[in-house]
Design a protein around this ligand. Structure first.
Ligand code: KG4
Ligand code: ZN
Length: 344
């Protein structure tokens, strides 16, 4: 039984994974309500909330899995990337616990955790990974396209040069006077809007920019929305907002899909397309990626909705699949707020 712990941002999470990689429990304590008044995550508030919640969340995860401390045979904790003080909360707690329980501790890259989330199927056995595959990781803090050739080998084909896809949705929602987090708010309004009402730019940076074959960029889109609203203040009216939200969401999704298609066609040998991260919950993105899969004849796998956003099950899964063989002595738990997806 592997106990996973995740405190990189504004979710305090713990999960228990059994030896067949089935999720025996996954507890996520969201701090969204605490940060909502500020329109985004306040780092010091986040770490204080983690301190208050973590022990209870871990105990609940063990209770839901129906196990005691003595059944825990290893610990996995997120060591980066994320908010420095939030990461420290989880790592310090996990180190103390691992010492007390005399079990190995694995420091996990949060982004590699997201890559593993696509196979998890709750208390059912996970899907069998298919290689090579391409994963679009889209969250509030990250947007990248990763190629995986086997559990230990991956290559980043593209990353955002500025804002992440979720960040673009959050910032766009703010300009539209909507709540935080913005992605679900934009999706809710977009349902009744016309996605072709406003031709927002699909501003793809040139291939090769920033050192990536398939880079992403969203800051121009956000600026385009700002200027559009300055020029057309009437678009903030209740009857126009759904059209603006639908058009903005369509621009974000198109930008992502075009890159995935290009990377798939270029690589030629991609056997499967995966999608993970909080934005992978987006309905339009799911439809568009499924359509792309059909068009180019590739299966598409999405992280299940309960493991799209930050969670500890994916941290334990990553440790089980690719860290445990590498760090049997429990090394590699230094906190690194800027840990890149290219780093173990
Ligand atoms: O993975 P996540 O929970 O946290 C990070 O690691 O960043 O992702 C949060 C992001 C936020 O930007 C939020 O607006 C976005 O995921 N998000 C969505 C949806 N649900 C969450 N974006 C679009 N559509 C959704 N349904
Ligand atoms: Zn995340």
């Amino acid at each position: 039984m592997l106990l996973g712990i995740e405190t990189s941002c504004d979710e305090t999470a713990a999960a228990v994974l059994d030896c067949d990689h089935r999720v025996r429990s996954s507890i996520i304590f969201s701090q969204v309500a605490d940060h909502q008044p500020y329109g985004g995550v306040v780092p010091e508030l986040a770490s204080r909330c983690h301190v208050q919640a973590l022990a209870g969340v871990v105990e609940t995860a063990l209770a839901e899995a129906g196990i005691g401390w003595d059944a825990v045979s290893g610990l996995a904790v997120t060591r980066g990337p994320g908010l420095a003080t939030s990461l420290l909360t989880g790592v310090v707690y996990a180190r103390a616990l691992a010492t007390r329980l005399c079990v190995p501790l694995f420091g996990v890259n949060h982004l590699i955790g997201h890559l593993h989330s696509i196979w998890l199927r709750g208390d059912e056995p996970p899907l069998a990974p298919v290689y090579p595959h391409l994963i679009l990781l889209v969250s509030g803090g990250h947007t990248c396209l990763v190629r995986r050739d086997d559990p230990q080998t991956w290559r980043v084909l593209g990353q955002t040069l500025d804002d992440a896809a979720g960040e673009a949705l959050d910032k766009g929602a703010r300009l539209l006077g909507l709540g935080y987090p913005g992605g679900p708010e934009i999706q809710r309004l977009a349902v009744s809007g016309d996605p072709s009402a406003i031709p927002f730019p699909r501003g793809l940076p040139a291939p090769g920019s920033g050192g990536w074959d398939h880079p992403f960029s969203f800051s121009g889109l956000k600026t385009a929305l700002l200027y559009h609203l300055r020029k057309n203040p009437g678009d903030l009216a209740v009857d126009r907002l759904p059209h603006v939200a639908a058009s903005y969401q369509a621009a974000v999704v198109d930008t992502l899909i075009r890159r995935v298609e290009q990377a798939c066609r270029e690589a030629g040998d991609i056997a499967l397309i995966g999608c993970a991260g909080g934005v992978a919950r987006n309905q339009r993105l799911r439809e568009a990626l499924n359509q792309l899969g059909q068009r180019i004849g590739r299966p598409v796998v999405f992280a299940a909705p309960d493991v799209c956003a930050d969670n500890a099950a994916m941290i334990a899964a990553a440790a089980a699949a690719c860290y445990a063989p590498l760090f049997p002595d429990g090394s590699g738990t230094d906190v690194d707020p800027n840990l890149a997806v290219t780093t173990r």
